[in-house]
Design a protein. Structure first.
Length: 153
């Protein structure tokens, strides 16, 4: 009995194309998921009590209330808004041939002190972990959408 296989090259090309599509979908899932996490983290911050005004002449911000302002758990209170505004997808990079990683979070120097606490801020005000947990359902739907698009469904 003789078995003849034809179309092996086309089959191999189709598999390679599927790998490329899956890799692109994985990158889009990580990018979009990072944006969702950043948005959720930004929404966790409370507004400064009493508000603020900005000087037309100098551009400096002046706060309208009298300190001290105690943060009300579980979310931190924004003073200048720098950490909140700096929370974004910092980078998306390939971990391996088919795995992607998003570095998402704030870029201010003191963001870690707010997130994990110090000896004066004990415990900290975690924002990113709850943001990741709250984003899980939306990221799952993004993943399903991207995989369906990659498979041509």
């Amino acid at each position: 009995m003789t078995v003849i296989i034809k179309g092996e090259a086309r089959f191999d090309e189709a598999l390679k194309l599927d790998i490329v599509k899956a890799n692109a979908a994985a990158r889009r899932i990580v990018e979009r998921g990072g944006l969702v996490i950043a948005r959720e983290a930004q929404e966790k911050w409370r507004q400064y009590p009493g508000g603020r005004t900005v000087s037309q002449r100098t551009g400096r911000a002046y706060f309208k209330s009298t300190p001290p302002f105690q943060a009300i758990r579980p979310w931190p209170t924004q003073r200048t808004g720098n950490t909140k505004r700096s929370t974004k997808v910092q980078s998306v990079s390939a971990v391996s041939a088919s795995a992607w990683m998003s570095t998402t979070g704030p870029s201010t120097q003191y963001a870690g002190f707010v997130e994990w606490g110090t000896r004066y801020i004990n415990p900290g005000f975690p924002v990113l972990r709850p943001a990741v947990e709250d984003s899980a359902v939306e990221i799952q739907s993004i993943a399903e959408e991207e995989w369906a698009a990659a498979q041509g469904e």
